[in-house]
Design a binder for this molecule. Structure first.
Ligand code: NAD
Ligand code: DAU
Length: 331
């Protein structure tokens, strides 16, 4: 099996590469990543001698065509991924998430290759805090931000290429990931690194917004399951019943790091901030027999804190620039 991983120098993609090397050692892995601000070749340093790494843009038609022609399957992680950035400047999101996905689709169509498209639960919009409902693959799309609307658009492109051209593609929509090698712009690594630098964690608004946390290896084991056992044309929601509000997460980070759990500050809220996400994972569990490995968020969070504590050479180069951007936006 020759698998092309787009965005493999990013957070989830790099963890996926390590999972494949461990679980499917006979597979040949090629990564394409443009090494934008969130892509880091250092994230693949334990894998570079076992994979082919190509620095390039998924919008580059000729490059994508040749890489797809030489693969059996494509797992498409590459995207601009951060909501706050999409509010500051939507264009890179239109480019990578829509045009980039279009290029991938045209190449898999031309060469009749299998595609798994990675998407997000944010395409469904948000739920009320006290609503017992969860997202399913039947929930109507209702994205809020430029990021989530471009992800929704990319999903719709995939569905159209399946229906109109018979492309063999699956889609997964996952909830919020945490774990090692996540950019410090994201909520959990931002707070851990703020505490490591002896500063206070920063909560947007009231801190009551709820996210449904899943450890990144659980996301990726579900992706591998769908790639191998999923039915072409189907959408699978990935989640591990990990709902927590942001305040609870910050308090847990502070306690695990030996600080006063109330020692955080409130900062300007995100415009259009989604209230709550929650995933009904029953299709994945019932039809493909997938189960998450991480059953304790606290244990997963402790291991994540440990990773950032011991890898400051990985995150320190990103930190000052990220905080400067946040300062400008009032966060
Ligand atoms: P990330 O920002 O850490 O990584 C994205 C990677 O894609 C980066 O390495 C970047 O350089 C690369 N990339 C972006 N545009 C590119 C382009 N035009 N050409 C080549 N490479 C490009 O993001 P992540 O958190 O690892 O997310 C990966 C995927 O998973 C995204 O599609 C995202 O929408 C989806 N997702 C993320 C989460 C989450 O919680 N982080 C949850 C559900 C789904
Ligand atoms: O749900 C899946 C999505 O999860 C993915 O599609 C996105 O790629 C990923 O970035 C993530 O989106 P969120 O916007 O939910 O994640 P973020 O880490 O930016 O924020 C998580 C929550 O924490 C959100 O309610 C905003 C809040 N927050 C964020 C930051 C950076 C804070 O309270 N303080 C902060 O400093």
């Amino acid at each position: 099996m020759k698998v092309l991983v787009t965005g493999g120098a990013g957070f989830i993609g790099s963890n996926f590469v390590y999972l494949i090397l461990k679980e499917r050692p006979s597979w040949q892995v090629t990564v394409i990543d443009k090494l934008g601000y969130a892509g880091n070749k250092q994230s693949l340093e334990g894998a570079l001698d076992k994979i082919t790494f190509v620095k390039g843009n998924i919008c580059d038609e000729g490059l994508i065509d040749s890489l797809v022609a030489d693969s059996d399957a494509v797992v498409h992680f590459a995207a601009e991924s951060h909501n706050d950035n999409s509010i500051a400047n939507p264009w890179p999101f239109i480019e990578s998430n829509l045009i980039g996905t279009y290029r991938i689709l045209e190449a898999v169509r031309k060469h009749s290759k299998r595609l798994h498209h990675i998407s997000t639960d944010e395409v469904y919009g948000d739920l009320e805090l006290d609503d017992p409902a969860k997202f399913t693959d039947k929930t109507p799309y209702n994205p809020s931000s430029p990021y989530s609307s471009t992800k929704a658009g990319s999903d719709l492109l995939v569905r159209a290429w399946v229906r109109s051209f018979g492309v063999q593609a699956t889609i997964s929509n996952c909830s919020n990931n945490y774990g090692p090698r996540q950019h410090v712009e994201k909520f959990i690594p931002r707070q851990i690194t703020e505490v490591l630098l002896d500063r206070k964690p920063k909560l947007y608004g009231t801190g009551e917004n709820i996210r449904d946390w899943i450890q990144v290896d659980d996301h990726n084991s579900a992706v591998l399951t769908i790639l191998e056992k999923g039915k072409a044309g189907e959408t699978y929601l990935i989640g591990a019943n990990g709902e927590k509000n942001n305040k609870e997460v910050v308090e847990m980070i502070l306690s695990l790091m030996g600080k006063d759990p109330m020692d955080y500050e409130h900062v300007t809220d995100r415009p259009g901030h989604d209230l709550r996400y929650a995933i009904d994972n029953s299709k994945l569990v019932d039809e493909l027999s997938w189960q998450p490995h991480y059953t304790s968020f606290e244990d997963g969070l402790r291991a994540t804190i440990d990773w950032y504590t011991h890898n400051d050479s990985w995150w320190k180069p990103q930190k000052a620039e990220t905080e400067a951007k946040y300062k400008q936006a009032g966060h």
